[in-house]
Design a protein around this ligand. Structure first.
Ligand SMILES: NC(=O)C1=CN([C@@H]2O[C@H](COP(=O)(O)OP(=O)(O)OC[C@H]3O[C@@H](n4cnc5c(N)ncnc54)[C@H](OP(=O)(O)O)[C@@H]3O)[C@@H](O)[C@H]2O)C=CC1
Ligand SMILES: O=C(O)C1=N[C@H](C(=O)O)C[C@H](O)C1
Length: 258
């Protein structure tokens, strides 16, 4: 039985992950972490009576085989560093890791001789969108991204939008230089990732959605994916939990294990 630790267990994704791990006989939920979890009712959070509950990383004193992280961008780097130092295989769903931070974690994973996976999006529709966008960028170098999320999302742009922009930027050859523009409303053109504009929408009712718009002379291509329910991520989470202990390095993207 593989021992799993879940960071961010009180959150929207953390709760889904607790359910998944508790229902799967291949896993044992040995510990959980969330800052607001000083005295959680195990029944409210569907924990096992033996699951140890922590509210600070510094207090975590047990070892698991796998560290599953659904926390916040401010915590994910230190959490993953800790997991690697303690020889726990990280499965990182939290968004917001910077390129330099990922490099540092990959070096640490190599030093520690342990594999793991960082997954910008566990949903198959998003994984496919990124693949298709990368292909389209070879033919349509001019692209913009619109990501739409629930109003409680704590960061912008989404990790998925950043990953999509990175993939497009790697593939495209000659984007049209941006024309000078007089903005009558500041920031109206959105964020800029290497010339690719990213627009973040936050609205109640939405879960997680992304559109990539490609424009060319006289034509346009739009690719869109929708996660209508967080259940859309759980197949990918299960796949990562099942396979992470076989990985020998810290990889990025669910497609690495599909
Ligand atoms: N890769 C993917 O497919 C997906 C990734 N995500 C990402 O996962 C992350 C979590 O999303 P979601 O569940 O919606 O967010 P929530 O806001 O619902 O949950 C955040 C969790 O993190 C905990 N937390 C807050 N601060 C810290 C800290 N300093 N250290 C440890 N834990 C902390 C919160 O605990 P408390 O309640 O006590 O504050 C809570 O349990 C986000 O980065 C999101 O972008 C989300 C969906 C899919
Ligand atoms: O916060 C979310 O909800 C999501 N976050 C991830 C991201 O930032 O890309 C993945 C998915 O979009 C849901």
């Amino acid at each position: 039985m593989k021992k799993v630790f879940i960071a961010g267990f009180t959150g929207a994704m953390g709760q889904k992950a607790v359910q998944l791990v508790m229902e799967d006989p291949a896993y044992q939920l040995v510990g959980v972490l969330a800052p607001g979890a000083s005295n959680p009712d195990p029944q409210v959070y569907h924990l096992a009576p033996t699951t140890k509950v922590y509210n600070q990383l510094a207090q975590v004193d047990i070892k698991a085989d796998i560290w599953l992280d659904f926390t916040v961008p401010q915590a994910v780097f230190a959490n993953t560093q800790f997991a690697l130092q303690q020889h726990m295989h990280p499965v990182v769903g939290t968004s917001g890791l910077q390129t330099e931070q990922i490099k540092t974690l990959q070096e640490l994973a190599q030093q520690q001789g342990i594999g793991g996976i960082i997954v910008p999006n566990f949903g198959l529709s998003a994984v496919l969108l990124m693949k298709f966008a990368q292909e389209a960028a070879q033919y349509f170098p001019d692209a913009e991204i619109i990501e739409l999320h629930h109003a409680d999302k704590q960061d912008a742009p989404s990790g998925t939008a950043i990953s999509t922009a990175q993939l497009i930027a790697e593939q495209r050859q000659s984007p049209k230089p941006a024309s000078p523009l007089h903005e009558t409303l500041p920031h109206v053109r959105g964020g800029d990732y290497q010339g690719i504009k990213i627009h973040s929408v936050r609205l109640p009712g939405y879960v997680a959605h992304e559109e990539v718009l490609f424009g060319g002379p006289g034509e346009a291509l739009t690719i869109r994916q929708d996660s209508f329910d967080r259940q859309s991520f759980m197949k990918g989470v299960k796949l990562a939990l099942d396979q992470v202990m076989d990985l020998t390095e810290l990889v990025v993207g669910l497609e690495k294990i599909l």
